[in-house]
Design a protein around this ligand. Structure first.
Ligand code: ADP
Ligand code: GLC
Length: 477
């Protein structure tokens, strides 16, 4: 077996704030049949430590940014892990990045430098009897790993890849931390890891890795533009030769409408009706004959849900209904709550609820994803699999996974959803009107549902692309 070390701050089902966790959690099983053994290095957050089975100590680090740390080899929920047990950095109340008041931990630069440092150590010296061929870093949290890997000399025999899941997060740290973070002095330049006078750990990863991937082909192209590159488009353009877009998949066992333990099961669109009725009942919505649209999302600027607030009245006036599950921005939470209080066709649950997210997909006629940018997006793929029609902004992975119901696609039977562009309230409103029109044409609607449910949203194809990429850079036997 060839070996890859996946370096990530989130991994489902152990610790999750977004899609990164789903991807990191699903990749090992998808790669295994292709001859790649992936072990995941995770910070020892309390949620991770308490889930471990059978642990073995494989490394001790006496001075890891302010304290002693151990690396444990362990299994948890079917995953093979290295866990960085560093209580001074990770044993805290709160989330992976934010304290209980929702503020960034002041020492996030040290917390994630530690993750990168240990990743590079494992990739240079091995851990126990395990030594990777490839180091795969995810996002800014792992961005320093390739820098340390080069400093330790491990880069001579271990290839490195960084995957950009979201370029909005740069991993910024004040420049005066350069020495404390054990970064090379000559790296603090615009060609290195400096970003407008600060250190950017993402930029470090982009410049020090052998290869760069992102999570859809369209986002790979978008990243090279000032509109989407968020200040790092120049770096991405300068490394265009090593950049590729590999679409995410979803875990088709966890997301299987026919066996999902959280939902009224169904294998065909006709049988889905019971799940829709159950969701309406749970959310307190009367069946008025119109389509039930669902949103499951972080409530942030990225997701474009402010546009939905503007576009909603037209949809409700045509008997459309909305059920939303989400949390995040306080203003958006309040605005949606207010809509629910004043409109009988709107139901809102503020919070994070994995099981409810499954019932929402199962019950939805449509799933709305009006993102301003979306590197890949997973909920539109859950929607396809659960026979809900995705209504998406034409951007990033949304553009790559949904086949727009234009005249040609409808005629050929290829359509699986609705794409709109530009990402404005007007265009979204137009898409919602089109949704109602399609819903009212029972024959077309059923055909779209069937086509949607047949799409391959599994990891199979994309895992093969990762395996080919690893083979091209690792010292594969
Ligand atoms: P992002 O990572 O940008 O948030 P993705 O679509 O890639 O977007 O992944 C989001 C993941 O988080 C999905 O698995 C989605 O179901 C889940 N999710 C988001 N908000 C909630 C919520 N409030 N409750 C349960 N799951 C949620
Ligand atoms: C990020 C992106 C999302 C993507 C996920 C997993 O959170 O916002 O589009 O699906 O990472 O790659």
């Amino acid at each position: 077996m060839n070996r890859v070390l996946s370096v990530t701050s989130e991994c489902a089902p152990l610790i999750k704030t977004g899609g990164l966790a789903d991807v990191a959690g699903a990749l090992p099983a998808a790669l295994k049949p292709l001859g790649w053994e992936m072990i995941t290095l995770l910070p020892g957050y309390p949620q991770v430590m308490s889930a471990l089975d059978k642990t073995t100590d494989v490394m001790v680090e006496h001075d890891l940014f302010g304290g002693t740390a151990r690396v444990l080899k362990a299994k948890a929920k079917g995953l093979q892990l290295f866990v960085l047990d560093a209580p001074h950095l990770y044993d805290r109340d709160g989330g992976p990045y934010l304290d209980t008041d929702g503020k960034d931990y002041g020492d996030n630069p040290q917390r994630f430098a530690a993750l990168g440092w240990i990743a590079a150590k494992i990739a240079t010296d091995g851990a126990g009897d395990w030594m990777p061929d490839v180091l795969h870093a995810h996002d800014w949290q792992a961005g320093l790993a390739p820098v340390y890997l080069r400093a330790f000399g491990g880069a001579a025999w271990v290839g490195s890849v960084i995957t950009v899941h979201n370029i909005a997060f740069h991993g910024l740290a004040p420049a005066h931390l350069r020495k404390e973070l054990r970064l090379p002095a000559d790296g603090l330049t615009p060609e290195g890891f400096e970003f407008w006078g600060q250190i950017s750990t993402l930029k470090a990863g982009l410049n020090w890795s052998d290869r760069i991937t992102t999570v859809s082909p369209t986002y790979a192209r978008e990243l090279m533009t000032p509109e989407f590159g968020m200040g790092l488009d120049g770096v991405i353009r300068s490394r265009a030769g090593v950049l590729s877009g590999i679409l995410n998949g979803i875990d088709t066992e966890v997301w299987d409408p026919d066996t999902d333990p959280d939902v009224t099961n169904f294998a065909t669109p006709a049988k889905k009706r019971a799940a829709t009725a159950a969701l309406r009942e749970e959310m307190g919505l009367e069946d008025n004959g119109g389509p039930l649209a669902v949103v499951v999302s972080r409530l942030t600027e990225q997701k474009g849900l402010d546009l939905l607030i503007e576009a909603l009245p037209g949809f409700l006036s045509r008997d459309g209904q909305l059920a939303l599950l989400g949390s995040g921005d306080g203003g958006l939470e309040e605005a949606f709550q207010q809509l629910a209080d004043t409109h009988s066709g709107v139901a809102v649950r503020i919070g994070y609820d994995e099981a409810l997210s499954h019932r929402m997909m199962a019950g939805a006629d449509a799933v709305l994803v009006p993102s301003r940018f979306e590197p890949c997006g997973l909920t539109q793929m859950y929607a396809l699999r659960y026979g809900a029609i995705p209504v998406v902004a034409r951007t990033g992975g949304l553009a790559d996974t949904v086949i727009d119901a234009n005249a040609a696609a409808l005629r050929s039977g290829a359509a699986t959803g609705i794409q709109f562009y530009p990402v404005t309230a007007e265009a979204l409103s137009g898409a919602l009107h089109q949704l109602v029109d399609l819903f009212e044409d029972t024959k077309i609607w059923k055909k779209m549902q069937k086509t949607a449910m047949r799409q391959d949203v599994s990891w199979a194809g994309s895992a093969a692309e990762y395996a080919a990429l690893y083979e091209s850079i690792g010292t594969a036997e």
